[in-house]
Design a protein around this ligand. Structure first.
Ligand code: GLN
Length: 187
């Protein structure tokens, strides 16, 4: 099993560290020819979703990656990565638009948007959650299912082979969310 990590911008290196700890093979996607390698799942990291959307378009990565998600290739999006997968984006524009979720960017305010908490995530357990200028999910519809809530807002969801978190599981020591994703890829 090999995981591709989108490495155009943002917190991609931290995901690689997590995958190393779990013994999962991985490589970075930086340009179109990286897609020639085979992979079984893909991680979209946190960062700045507008910048990532522009780079994905400019580097001609958007269309081939979109095709793979639609074909069922497992995808895990954290924070900005969540925004890239959402069908509706308040305060931004949709990118892959493959997930039945409506998200609000910078939902906690630009300055006060960073905080830490612990909460239950369905199928994963109680886990640390670090939020950095995070979005939250205003609504799940269609085939998406909420997995976690903090203060009444949805912060994790799953739809088939797509998993998203508004927080950054790669920034804490707890590997449970990554393990959950790897199990999804294996399944
Ligand atoms: N605020 C960023 C955005 O809207 C997301 C922040 C993050 O990924 N930590 O793209």
């Amino acid at each position: 099993m090999r995981i591709a990590i989108l490495a155009l911008q943002g917190a991609f290196a931290e995901h690689a560290v997590m995958l190393d700890r779990l013994g999962a093979d991985h490589f970075e996607i930086r340009q179109r020819r990286d897609l020639e390698r085979s992979f079984d799942g893909r991680i979209l990291p946190g960062g700045e979703s507008t910048t990532m959307r522009k780079l994905l378009t400019d580097l001609d990565l958007l269309e081939p990656l979109h095709r793979r998600i639609q074909a069922g290739l497992p995808a895990f999006g954290t924070c900005a990565g969540l925004i890239l997968l959402a069908k509706a984006v308040e305060g931004g524009a949709p990118c892959f638009a493959t997930m039945d979720i409506a998200v609000k960017r910078n939902a906690y305010g630009r300055q006060l948007g960073s905080f830490y908490t612990e909460a239950d995530c369905k199928g994963v357990g109680t886990i640390p959650m670090t939020f950095i200028r995070a979005p939250y999910i205003e609504a799940v519809f269609g085939n998406a299912e909420s997995l976690a809530e903090v203060d009444g807002n949805i912060v994790a969801a799953r739809q088939g082979n797509q998993l998203v978190t508004a927080f950054h599981p790669e920034l804490n020591e707890n590997e449970a969310v990554h393990r959950y994703f790897l199990d999804m890829v294996k399944g």
